[in-house]
Ligand binder design. Structure first.
Ligand code: SF4
Length: 738
């Protein structure tokens, strides 16, 4: 048995070190490499199912071209050369007829993707229209950190340093095995814990302090806590006085958020708001780990992420031992931003990015202001990767496909993304995709979106490519952890897959981008990016590096504030110069959501969706029987009182309905949240059902995005994020009658 040292990319924790046991060209089992710095502990079941995943008939093996109509599910096997030649010709036609901005790409999880390569391709092609679910997941956090602190915030994870960890709208028990592992270890060592969540999750059950807020009110709670802290003198006067800008303005602002007002907004008592503030302030230094809850709740997505992070600054738990540290680039490593060739996209083309005139923070206007500061401090080696921090507005791009406004978008390349499941308002997305001149999917497995594509291309998964965690590779952390391919991407007679660097490069070469793709293989890319580290280690190749020790670990040290941060003022910007320049409120605040209008008035329940569900990762793994046995059905959690009123029993199928559409999921009765809230799962489709229209593997059955709204007027005014929680996720439920 051969043992390969690889990096697992089955989820967004991405990059856990694993050992892949290979025999006769087949994966036999995958075990955790416990010596490495990034591991999921014993809490992740996914690697144990890697062999089944790899052998699944749902894996894509060869390039396919559509025969007949879209959605007929009739395919012709073709060679890679034919596929790439024909796609390149199709893209040239789009460019000639509509301009390069007539092409968009869609990104998703790390299953097949290295988004620096896609971004480079798009920059060279001339299109600013990259869309991705990152707009509602991690992108907002990242941009808030970069613009407010001049770098990503990472918790000081050294044992014994932190007194309190706050999980704010985050449940690592389901969604982040490596964080859950670290959390439990620190808890064992005496760290206190606080959870802010409308649901009694496993971390909430185990927490020293649980704050059960209403969905979408995170910003108000953080402002109310600051009101109490500043009013009672519990803030860190030295830190806010010397290291921040705008504290006086903030003190004025939080006067508008006394505990009784905040209590009404958040569904708490006044005492609960005060207690939360005192508990937090009394247990410093602290770290706060934010989940997607705040990011999912327009119109307060960015405001909530800002307010929660500013709360840390008010407590003085930034850039301090045991608090949140400001990370810089990993020394000797070339980060993703420097690989993207962002300077190749002209200012004229950048200005055409769809939605960037309206949603200016997470798109070119905001990214350029942030990038200028990071470049001043770090030159090219900065962490502002465009694929994470600078996106076109997905709902507006789908509308452009349908209406030709503001201009036509006629081609889409989907890689490691499943738009029919991933974006809000599935039926609109479906019509938009059906309207395209060219739809290409590069993925590891079949998906409903692949079934309506013109070309479907098989991507190498992490077991078939050298790889690394994407957070390491963005250059934000002083940690590099690389893994080798366990199997080749092509095995004659079994499959012919391309890793995505190879795909984007091959397409780029056909479109005249040759001189910009100097490395021929993914392995050469890693060797190029690691040259600085290779020199310090005295190694010459990736294989030598992996054989010697496949990680390089530094520490993030406190003290960045003293050196001057990569922000316009060089300080932590409580009052954000960048938001002000973009025409937004420069201070954290809470915006009252609009009251429901028209049809929406009839819908009174709030739906929390988008929570992570073990063992799945968004819409992935439904095709692997081992995963389905663990979690066979889409589940909607309904409070027992609501269920009684509606005549719903545990295990019944129920309709979840909104003015946008309806889907069905199986009821699980609970008391872990308020009776007027339901909690539905996302990403559900049924690989066992027909891939042909109209079923598309049941993509229109239990997929929550059939019910979600992507009206740009209800998206976050700064980021453009669409609602997945909060006041704009209203619905009703009723039992499905047979
Ligand atoms: S946490 Fe994610 S990346 Fe790590 S082993 Fe589990 S599935 Fe793989």
């Amino acid at each position: 048995m051969d043992v390969k040292h690889s990096s697992c990319c089955f989820c967004s924790s991405r990059g856990c070190a694993v050992k892949v046991h290979v025999d006769g060209g087949r994966i036999r089992r995958v075990t955790i490499d416990t010596d490495a710095p990034v591991v999921p502990g014993a809490h992740c079941p996914r690697p144990s199912l890697a062999a089944e995943y790899q052998e699944s008939p749902f894996r894509l093996d060869y390039p396919l071209k559509r025969k007949g109509k879209r959605g007929e599910d009739s395919w012709e096997r073709i060679s890679w050369d034919q596929a790439l030649d024909e796609i390149a010709a199709g893209l040239s036609t789009v460019r000639e007829k509509y301009g390069p901005e007539g092409l968009a790409t869609s990104s998703g999880t790390g299953r097949g993707a290295w988004d620096f390569a896609k971004t480079r391709f798009m920059n060279l092609f001339g299109s600013p229209n990259r869309i991705g679910a990152v707009t509602i997941c991690y992108g907002p956090r990242s941009m808030v950190w970069l613009s407010t602190f001049g770098g990503p915030l990472v918790p000081d994870s050294r044992p014994g340093k932190t007194r309190l960890m706050v999980l704010w709208g985050r449940n690592p028990h389901e969604g982040g095995p490596s964080s859950w592992h670290r959390y439990l270890e620190a808890k064992k060592a005496g760290m206190k814990t606080m959870v802010v969540d409308p649901r009694l999750t496993e971390p909430a059950r185990q927490a020293d302090h649980w704050v059960q807020i209403r969905p979408g009110t995170d910003a108000a709670l953080a402002l109310g806590m600051m009101h109490v802290m500043i009013g009672e003198g519990l803030h860190d006067g030295g830190f806010v006085g010397n290291r921040t800008t705008g504290f006086e303005d903030l003190a004025e602002r939080v006067r508008e958020y006394p505990p009784d007002r905040v209590a009404r907004i958040c569904g708490l008592t006044k005492d609960q708001v005060v207690d939360a503030a005192r508990f937090f302030a009394g247990n410093q230094p602290s770290t706060i780990v934010i989940g997607v809850a705040a990011e999912h709740s327009p119109p307060n997505s960015i405001q909530a992420v800002r307010a929660i992070n500013v709360l840390l600054a008010v407590a003085g738990s930034v850039d301090r031992e045991g608090g949140m540290l400001i990370a810089g680039p990993a020394e000797g490593f070339i980060p993703d931003a420097a690989m993207e060739l962002n300077h190749q996209l002209s200012p004229q083309q950048r200005r055409k990015q769809i939605g960037a005139d309206r949603f200016r923070f997470l798109s070119y206007p905001g990214w350029e202001l942030v990038e200028e500061q990071l470049r001043r401090k770090w030159g090219d080696q900065h962490p502002a990767a465009a694929y994470l921090n600078c996106l076109a507005h997905a709902p507006s791009v789908f509308r452009a496909m349908l209406t030709g406004e503001p201009y036509p978008v006629r081609g889409l390349i989907v890689s490691a993304s499943n738009p029919l499941l991933a974006y809000a308002n599935t039926k609109l997305v479906y019509r938009a995709l059906q309207s395209l001149d060219l739809l290409v999917t590069l993925d590891v497995t079949w998906t409903p979106t692949a079934r309506i594509s013109d070309y479907v291309l098989p991507a190498a998964c992490w077991m078939e490519r050298p790889d690394m965690g994407n957070f390491c590779s963005s250059g934000s952390y002083p940690l590099i952890q690389v893994g080798e391919a366990a199997l080749p991407a092509r095995i004659p007679g079994r499959y012919e897959r391309y890793d995505d660097y190879e795909f984007w490069r091959a397409l780029g070469l056909r479109l005249g981008q040759g001189k910009h793709w100097p490395q021929g293989t993914f392995e050469e890319v890693w060797e190029h990016r690691l040259t600085g580290i290779f020199e310090s280690r005295g190694v010459k190749s990736l294989a030598e590096f992996i054989a010697q020790r496949r990680w390089e670990k530094g520490t993030v040290e406190p003290g960045q504030c003293e050196e001057g941060l990569a922000t316009p003022s060089g300080k932590v910007e409580i009052r954000s110069t960048i938001l002000e320049k973009l025409g937004y409120d420069p201070l954290p605040g809470y915006v009252d959501p609009r009251q429901p209008e028209g049809e929406w008035k009839k819908y009174r329940l709030l739906n929390i969706s988008g929570a992570r569900t073990m063992p799945y990762h968004h819409s992935e793994f439904r095709h692997v029987e081992g995963f389905r046995r663990m979690h066979p059905d889409p589940i909607v959690e309904i409070h027992v009182d609501l269920a009684r009123r509606k005549g719903i029993a545990d295990g019944d199928w129920v309709w979840i309905e909104t003015p946008v559409g309806r889907c069905r999921q199986r009821a699980r009765l609970t008391t872990s949240h308020d009776p007027d809230i339901i909690c539905s799962q996302h990403g559900w489709w049924f690989p066992e059902q027909s891939g042909e229209e109209p079923s598309l593997h049941g993509a229109f059955e239990s997929n929550i995005n059939i019910t979600t709204d992507d009206d740009p007027d209800r998206c976050d005014p700064m980021s453009g994020g669409w609602p997945f929680k909060g006041q704009y996720m209203r619905c009703s439920v009723r039992k499905v009658e047979e």
